[in-house]
Design a protein around this ligand. Structure first.
Ligand SMILES: Cc1cc2nc3c(=O)[nH]c(=O)nc-3n(C[C@H](O)[C@H](O)[C@H](O)COP(=O)(O)OP(=O)(O)OC[C@H]3O[C@@H](n4cnc5c(N)ncnc54)[C@H](O)[C@@H]3O)c2cc1C
Length: 339
């Protein structure tokens, strides 16, 4: 049996590793960081189908996740609307989820080398790039997050919109809340002992939300930041097999990036198994993954990126929030088109 090597142990890499090990494929996974660790992520998992979780063998990992059924939308002054989600979403921290999948991978005999950064340019047959986004040098976006223990919630997920960025807050496991936002960089300097996200909330004018947040209850070590995201379609280097964010980003408001990382692993499983069992050439395996990916994600990414441009346009902000208040706003259609 041919071995598969994976660069990057986020959700795409770890779940692919688990799925391949369940079929006894030798797998070596190299991860630059370590586990557990906090990552900038809304930790709101939407559109994930039970069949995908089952195919990857990850059912146990979600056992204590929060179940989220409704979303309320706000601008800086008022609540705009509340929608019932067409399918319940899941709230689970990356701290817990990544650690659990990494443990499962090791239990199944996978070789996981943490603290090891692998060159992403050299990609021989059998090597898969799951190393996340390629930093964009001119991105205007800054992602920030922290966990809070206490919050007077108005809905399972609250989305707060402003012309300078948006922030979501939702329940995760253990009764905690994840506060995570995507902001236009404003050059604010971190104040010691205070997560930078609070300064950005103030800068965006989210006074009402700030009053409902208990700063004393921020979970130590949970504040983190990320920059360099691009939500335009960017080609991947030719001849490489890239899964998850390594292939391209879906804007965070969809709550679908983690699902896409897992779906990437699921769609690549069968071609990779056929390659590992030596029935398929690496080129054919790559071609098959690409066909499946286009079929599954093409429309979803186009619609989500188009909506991202509208939602984050400073010029269109008044119009967008005005439309969101209308009972005719097609929330359900947008939900299905972005999943
Ligand atoms: C602000 C923000 C909010 C978000 N909110 C949500 C949300 O609510 N719901 C949702 O579903 N998605 C959300 N996402 C998106 C989601 O976090 C990603 O889509 C998801 O993490 C992608 O998983 P991945 O495995 O492809 O990449 P990652 O999780 O980024 O994992 C890549 C891994 O590769 C490692 N790595 C990188 N380079 C190397 C190298 N050279 N060698 C070895 N290892 C390397 C990294 O350390 C990392 O562990 C959000 C993203 C942002 C920025």
């Amino acid at each position: 049996m041919q071995a598969i090597s994976i660069i990057g142990g986020g959700l795409a890499g770890l779940s692919l590793g688990v799925a391949l090990r369940r079929h006894a494929v030798p797998v070596v996974l190299k991860e630059a960081g370590d586990y557990p660790r906090h990552r900038v992520c809304g930790e709101f998992i939407s559109g994930l189908r039970p069949e995908t979780v089952e195919l990857l063998g990850l059912e146990d990992c979600f056992a204590d996740a929060a179940v989220l059924r409704e979303v309320a939308w706000y601008d800086v002054r008022r609540q705009l609307r509340t929608d019932r989600l067409p399918a319940a979403a899941i709230g689970l921290s990356r701290w817990a989820l990544d650690q659990r999948i990494a443990d499962r991978f090791r239990e199944l005999g996978g070789v996981l080398e943490t603290g090891t950064r692998q060159d992403r340019k050299t990609m021989p047959p059998g090597r898969v790039d799951c190393a996340g986004r390629r930093p964009a040098s001119k991105s205007p976006w800054l992602g920030l997050k922290c966990h809070v223990q206490r919050f007077k919630e108005g809905a399972d997920l609250e989305m707060h919109m402003s012309p300078h960025g948006y922030v979501g807050i939702s329940r995760i496991e253990n009764g905690c809340f994840n506060l995570c936002g995507l902001f236009r960089k404003a050059g604010l300097k971190p104040v010691p002992e205070q997560p930078l996200i609070f300064d950005y909330l103030k800068q965006c004018g989210f006074e009402a939300l700030l009053q409902r947040l208990d700063r004393e209850s921020v979970v130590a070590g949970s504040a983190c930041s990320v920059a360099g995201m691009s939500y335009q379609s960017a080609g991947v280097p030719g001849g490489q097999t890239c899964l998850g964010d390594a292939h391209g980003l879906i804007p965070p408001f969809t709550g679908n990036g983690m699902t896409m990382a897992l779906e990437h692993a699921a769609l690549a499983l069968d071609p990779l198994l056929r390659f590992a069992r030596s029935g398929m050439t690496w080129e054919d395996c790559q071609r098959e993954i690409e066909i499946r990916r286009r079929h599954q994600f093409g429309r979803r990414l186009r619609v989500a990126r188009g909506l991202h441009r509208v939602l984050t346009s400073e010029k269109l902000f008044k119009m967008t929030t005005g439309m969101a208040r209308s009972p005719l706003f097609p929330f359900q259609s947008f939900y299905y088109l972005t999943r």
